[in-house]
Structure formats: structure tokens, C-alpha cells
Design a protein around this ligand. Structure first.
Ligand code: HEM
Length: 102
């Protein structure tokens, strides 16, 4: 059996406002709106990505390290554009980076 990660991650029957770049859809209070099986960025089955646990660990450590020292907010004036990819994400997000108070 085959399926399209691209189509699944943009299915309006699964995701509200499916084509919109909306990272807030993953906030804890909204997370329950999306079935666990509807988000498979690393694929599924016997060709599933072998790097998934590594990536979640690496991303968690990187974000915790960066965000403990720096405050990031979107640079004004940039409108994110979608890229063709298995998961919906923006092309780039320029950020204004300021040190957090010690
Ligand atoms: C955010 C990061 C990553 C994403 C979103 C991602 C996503 C994917 C996806 C969608 C596939 C295809 C799965 C399928 O065909 O069903 C894949 C395959 C694969 N990924 Fe990743 N990956 C990521 C990072 C990594 C890393 C860090 C490694 C290695 C350390 C890795 C190693 C592999 C390998 C070897 C395959 C082929 C598995 C096979 O065909 O048996 N990936 N990945």
C-alpha cells in the first residue's frame, strides 16, 4: 500500500486551514485536534526514517540551548511562503535575535 505524505499533511479533513503555515496548531491545547496517526513526517512502515529519534533529541537540545540564551521573534515584513515538501513548512523565517536578560 502507498500513500502520499504531502497529501496527508495537507488534508483539509484532518487539518483545519490545512495549507496555512500554522505552527500554533501543535500547541498543547490544540494538539488533540489532530490524530496521532495523521502526522508522520518520518514516513511509516519498513522504509521509515531511521533518524527520527535522533532528530527529536537533537532539535529538543538545540532549541532548549538557543532559547535559554536568546529571544527570537519573526522579522517584520516577511510573509512565509510554502515549499513543496512532505510536511507543511515555510520557506524561511528571518528572525530578530536578542539576548535574554541574565
Ligand atoms: C527532520 C529531519 C528528518 C526528516 C523529516 C526525515 C524524513 C524522512 C522520510 C519521510 C523518509 C522516507 C520514509 C519512507 O519512505 O516511508 C526518510 C528516510 C530515511 N531517513 Fe530521514 N528524515 C530526517 C532526518 C534523518 C536523519 C538525521 C537521518 C540519519 C541520521 C535519516 C536517515 C534516513 C534514512 C537512512 C532513510 C531511508 C530509510 C529506508 O529507506 O529504509 N533521516 N526520512
Amino acid at each position: 500500500m502507498g500513500f502520499s505524505l504531502y497529501a496527508l499533511h495537507r488534508d483539509p479533513g484532518v487539518y483545519a486551514d490545512a495549507d496555512r503555515f500554522d505552527p500554533d496548531r501543535w500547541l498543547p491545547e490544540r494538539r488533540g485536534e489532530i490524530a496521532r496517526t495523521a502526522y508522520v513526517p518520518f514516513g511509516a512502515g519498513n522504509r521509515k526514517c531511521i533518524g527520527d529519534a535522533f532528530v527529536y533529541t537533537e532539535a529538543t537540545i538545540a532549541l532548549a540551548t538557543i532559547l535559554s540564551r536568546w529571544s527570537l521573534r519573526p522579522a517584520p515584513g516577511h510573509v512565509p511562503k510554502e515549499v513543496a515538501s512532505a510536511v507543511a513548512h515555510a520557506d524561511l523565517m528571518p528572525m530578530v535575535v536578542t539576548p535574554r536578560d541574565a
